[in-house]
Design a binder for this molecule. Structure first.
Ligand code: G16
Length: 557
């Protein structure tokens, strides 16, 4: 039984973890992110709130220390709810409040949450924590634990983990092991077992037309110099040599995310430092905490080809759709995207595949919630973050069909495949390792090389830029971030610019993880896209008080 929380103890802890200035922290797209040297009090206080959340849910909650795709000098923290999902949005305000009050206001601020949420503080609390490989993560982890201990709660520190591994642990803890063993080995065992079973069931002789290219099990991984590079080596030990992975950017030399990693590859639309692909070689890139994955390769003309989250979503959706129809189940399957989804992917899903598509604001928390509305919800951000969610009803129907002796052997095999596929997906959050295993299984089943996969549809040329402004919070958006409502005149200016180009689309939004405004553009040619992105960036700079040098036109313009 944990001790009841003590306001005095929580307040006393601030002496060791004082707020140093008046910097205001906002719980953004994926928790707090900032320069690591400003975060000590934020971690301590996140520990305090995590305990209240755990008491209020009467379950273990998770706290992950990472800034994922951000540079190595940054760090961050996010809370994970009992089923492994992101913290309920209504609690984000509580964490922000606690993080931003003065040291001497801490006890009252905590009491306010306890009163508002009617929390029984005699309830035992349990916190599960993990961290990425950033040099600052160890000491920040201690700051967090100090907060947890000050509240009289118990904790388990898993040390180095990928973010999705920690989400998995939280769910395992709260489901009495039904989701899996709450151990790192348990995670590898669950995924590898499902992968090997599914692979056996979908050998190319069974179902689905065989493509021209031929599947290859060789992969070159850009590990972003992060935790994913370490963990993939552990996973490989369980895969019976089914995959051959050469790990580049494994952290033995370069800095985390510096000129490498999924965010770099997506933004630069080119190979990362440290991985020069041979033509046709299958390459993948993880981000700093391995919750995103992208595929890429160099084609026969030496052109870089990216298979991003949109391509992964369409691949997975088509595979699951085929299996569901083979079993003969009536399940409502949909894909969730954000404004960053390439227009070609949305058209392909809706027009060719006849799959409903929903668009929500950036951030896994939004995609996850929307995906839960489907029987089978496939969500992916273009940046490579995504997974598949099966409703309880869908899962029960699939499991039952896999054991239904009255079904034909083909139908039962398809149901068994879906059943293994459920076990292969990390249903708590996007997971680079689990997604890689699923994509590899589908490519294997179809006997596809990356170029076969890539030929499904052609992406519209696209460009993302960043603009630094005095205060990015003056930019407000609506319509799933596809339009701005302030500053005045910005949306009209974007509309006018977009009209100049064919098949064009552009939007801007404040980042929730970096102190910048993001600009997205797509159009018929790369030249037009780059020009549109530049022109929109300039408008943002002019109308939203840009700082530093104004955006420069694309080279040669
Ligand atoms: C996080 C979120 C993603 C989001 C990304 C960028 O990713 O989990 O959902 O797309 O930040 O967000 P923003 O555009 O608001 O900066 P990660 O991989 O950094 O955790």
């Amino acid at each position: 039984m944990a001790n009841e929380w003590s306001p005095t103890q929580a307040r006393r802890g601030t002496a060791k973890h004082p707020r140093k200035d008046d910097k205001v922290f906002t719980y953004g797209t994926a928790g707090f992110r900032a320069r690591a040297d400003t975060l000590d009090p934020v971690l301590y206080r996140s520990g305090l709130v995590a305990v209240l959340r755990s008491m209020s849910k009467k379950a273990a909650v998770g706290v992950m220390i990472t800034a994922s795709h951000n540079p190595e000098c940054d760090n961050g923290v996010k809370l994970i709810d009992p089923m492994g999902e992101m913290l309920q949005v209504s609690w984000e305000k509580y964490v922000s409040d606690i993080v931003n009050v003065r040291d001497d206001e801490i006890s009252d601020a905590l009491q306010k949450i306890i009163d508002e949420e009617k929390i029984d503080t005699s309830q035992a609390a349990y916190i599960i924590t993990g961290r990425d490989t950033r040099p600052s993560s160890c000491s920040l982890s201690q700051s967090l634990i100090d907060g947890v201990v000050a509240m009289g709660a118990e904790y388990k520190d898993y040390g180095l983990l990928t973010t999705p591994q920690l989400h998995y642990m939280v769910r395992c803890h709260n489901t009495g092991g039904r989701y899996g063993e709450p151990l790192e080995e348990g995670y590898y065992k669950k995924l590898s077992k499902a992968f090997l079973q599914l692979r056996q069931k979908v050998t190319p002789e069974f179902q689905i037309p065989i493509g021209e290219g031929g599947y290859k099990n060789e992969i070159f991984l850009d590990g972003a110099n992060g935790v994913g590079a370490l963990k993939v080596q552990q996973l490989l030990k369980h895969l019976d040599d089914a995959l051959k992975i050469t790990v580049c950017n494994d952290g033995s030399q370069g800095k985390l995310n510096e000129n490498c990693g999924a965010d770099y590859v997506k933004l630069h639309q080119g190979a990362p430092k440290g991985l020069i692909p041979e033509a046709g070689a299958k390459c993948i890139s993880f981000d700093g905490d391995a919750d995103r994955i992208l595929y890429f390769y160099k084609d026969g003309n030496g052109k870089f080809q990216l298979l991003d989250g949109d391509k992964i979503a369409t691949l997975i959706a088509s595979f699951i759709k085929e299996l569901v129809s083979e079993v003969g189940l009536s399940l409502n399957l949909g894909v969730v995207q954000t404004a960053y989804a390439n227009g070609s992917s949305t058209r392909y899903l809706e027009d060719e595949m006849k799959v409903p598509v929903a668009c929500v604001p950036t951030g896994v928390k939004h995609l996850h919630r929307k995906a839960e509305e489907f029987d089978v919800g496939i969500y992916f951000e273009a940046n490579g973050h995504g997974t598949v969610l099966f409703s309880q009803d869908a899962e029960e129907k699939i499991r039952a069909a896999s054991k239904d002796g009255s079904l034909s052997s083909e139908k039962r095999l398809a149901a068994e495949s879906l059943s293994s596929l459920i076990d292969l997906t990390n249903q708590t959050v996007g997971d680079a390792l689990a997604d890689m295993l699923l994509v590899e299984t589908i490519l294997f089943a179809r006997h596809w090389d990356v170029s076969d996969w890539n030929s499904a549809y052609t992406d519209l040329p696209n460009r993302q830029l960043k603009v630094k402004v005095k205060d990015r919070t003056i930019i407000h958006t609506t319509d799933a971030e596809r339009r701005t409502t302030s500053p005045a005149g910005l949306q009209d200016a974007i509309d006018e610019l977009v009209k100049k180009y064919t098949k064009a689309r552009s939007f801007v939004r404040p980042s929730g993880t970096e102190d910048i405004v993001r600009v997205y553009a797509e159009a018929d040619t790369q030249e037009n896209t780059d020009m549109l992105a530049y022109e929109v960036s300039l408008k943002v700079f002019q109308l939203a008080q840009g700082i530093g040098d104004p955006p420069q036109p694309p080279a040669g313009k």
